[in-house]
Design a protein around this ligand. Sequence first.
Ligand code: 5GP
Length: 187
Amino acid sequence: MSLWSEHVHNSLKSILLTQEQIEHRISQLACQINKDYASLTDDLVVIGVLRGSILFMSELIKQLDVPLVIDFLAAASYGKGVSSSGNVRITKDTFIDIKDKHVLVVEDIVDTGITLSKVLQMLQLRGPLSLKLCTLLSKPSRRQIEIPVDYCGFEVPDVFVVGYGLDFADKYRHLPFIGVLKDNMYS
Ligand code: 5GP
């Protein structure tokens, strides 16, 4: 076992979702999105929320059978801890003009809903034709602001997860599965 694998093994309580489970679910989401946007003639603007959405977004868009363009924005609300500061900053904005475009926002996880509510509010003001949200994970029990989730991969319990794009202190994003971090890693 490599030093890194050993570290991962010691840092995680359990594996919540395997790579196979995640990829199977992403295919299902892509199928649904392909159906919903089947009549699209103009480009769908797919906006990934950096950095957590990168693995999910790249797997998803490979399977989308509609004309699309991609863009990214970054929002920061967490420091090095594991709970939202509630203070959302847009640290990188999109390049593409979304006025009169169909827009699909892709996120790693909706937790309290604070980040996405701010992001969606900001995008809505730019006059898109439609604005939908696709998230890999959702923690409904933690929601403080209700936001419409159009496509959701998995509902997960109130645990801190890492992998498949999700980090702890900027690490673990490249794990191909989703695991639950041991409490002693952040307490
Ligand atoms: P919200 O504003 O909905 O509370 O938080 C959204 C952001 O918090 C997500 O984009 C993600 O970066 C982070 N987050 C929330 N829950 C988790 C979690 O369980 N694990 C990780 N790694 N990040 C989380």
